[in-house]
Design a binder for this molecule. Structure first.
Ligand code: ADP
Ligand code: TRP
Length: 353
């Protein structure tokens, strides 16, 4: 208890007058910083997801209490295949654990295992202006790409705000594309506190790692499932390495120096290789005399080695089918406990109790 208190004191900002604006609210005095993020089970985990959301989430487990979940309600806005949804949830759970989510330190659960989130989403929707949602790029982009303009897709950021506020989250690690959704969450939180009293909900802060805010895909655009340019993390060696051979390059002759700025190969290599290996790769680009085929091979090796420990861990986890279910069940119980407390406080504040 004593050490928890000391830790809370170390982590809390010294200027308590700033509480509420800094991601710290009055409910945080005796607990560690809470870090929360969600990932949608809408396809195979890719390198962009890993560096944008998963790696920061795993790393931050050392700094606070992680609340990590599989956003299955959110995935329903883009997929209506029950069997695929079930399968994706299972796969993503294994992936997250294989990538270092430690259930001894973090709470890991399925979003839908805590149905309280829907009640909070409703309450938030009563203060959330439609105009705030109409501005969201993600909604506009998805509809422009042909997705049905459903109420769920439109209200997606409100459910996301509920995910975050339901656990009094302080920090939310995400890729840059989620920045606007975090702004919506903060706007909604401010409105709730204005309407129902300061401290009704806790204002969260995004954590966006600048160097990996936008991971490039195989075609040099942002890596995304919607652009079909992803490099998955898990899968069979040969097809995955072959994907890297497909990276489009220019026609600089073998003997000439190769462009460094804007190089997809170098941008990806930097993520996987040690600084020394990467420096050597950059120097070989600058010098000339090495072909793109060689660079792609080096990239493929660095990529394969980088994820080797996670692949091994993944094999261990899949060998014990009951393990994942156990972890998710324990996580859901713990998450619900926390959610009930916050929801009760909000119900009282708004007059539902
Ligand atoms: P996708 O664009 O492939 O559909 P999601 O929208 O499901 O990916 O993203 C899940 C998480 O991964 C989010 O936090 C998002 O910001 C992050 N992310 C996705 N793609 C990238 C990328 N190319 N670079 C950095 N982060 C990313
Ligand atoms: N919208 C996020 C994505 O597509 C997933 C998500 C849902 C999320 N709820 C969240 C992320 C709460 C952070 C916090 O990646």
């Amino acid at each position: 208890m004593e050490s928890a208190r000391i830790r809370a004191a170390q982590l809390a900002p010294s200027n308590r007058a700033g509480a509420g604006l800094t991601g710290w609210g009055p409910h945080d005095m005796l607990r560690r910083m809470r870090i929360l993020t969600g990932l949608q089970p809408s396809g195979k985990l890719h390198v962009g997801n890993y560096f944008g959301a998963m790696e920061p989430a795993v790393r931050l487990q050392d700094e606070g209490e992680g609340f990590y979940f599989i956003a299955d309600y959110h995935a329903m806005t883009s997929m209506q295949e029950p069997a695929a949804l079930r399968e994706n949830v299972r796969e993503l759970a294994v992936d997250f654990l294989a990538c270092g989510l430690d259930p001894a330190r973090s709470v890991f659960f399925r979003q839908s295992a805590v149905p309280e989130v829907n009640e909070l989403a409703w309450i938030l929707s009563t203060v959330c202006p439609v105009s705030l949602l109409e501005k969201c790029h993600s909604y506009k982009d998805k509809v422009a790409k042909g997705m049905a303009a459903t109420h769920g897709l439109f209200a997606y950021p409100v459910l996301m705000a509920a995910d975050i506020l339901l656990y009094d989250s302080n920090k939310v690690p995400v890729g840059r594309d989620q920045k606007q959704h975090l702004e919506v969450t903060r706007d909604i939180a401010v409105k709730v506190n204005e309407a129902f009293g300061e401290g009704t909900v806790t204002l969260p802060e995004p954590i966006i790692r600048e160097d990996t805010a936008v991971v490039v895909g195989l075609d040099g655009q942002k890596m995304s499932k919607s652009y079909h340019n992803t490099l998955p993390i898990f899968g069979a060696e040969l097809p995955l390495k072959k994907l890297l051979m497909k990276i489009v390059t220019d026609s600089t002759p073998l003997e000439s120096p190769k462009p460094i700025e804007g190089s997809t190969i170098l941008a990806l290599h930097k993520l996987f290789a040690s600084p020394a290996e990467h420096a050597a790769m950059v120097a070989d680009h600058a010098r000339g005399g090495v072909g793109y085929g060689d660079f792609k091979k080096r990239l493929a090796e660095a990529y394969w080695d980088f994820f080797a420990p996670m692949r091994a861990r993944r094999d261990e986890i899949t060998a014990d089918p009951g393990y994942v279910e156990q972890v998710l069940a324990a996580g859901a119980a713990r998450a619900r406990e926390e959610a009930s407390k916050v929801l009760e406080r909000v119900r009282r504040a708004v007059g539902l109790r």
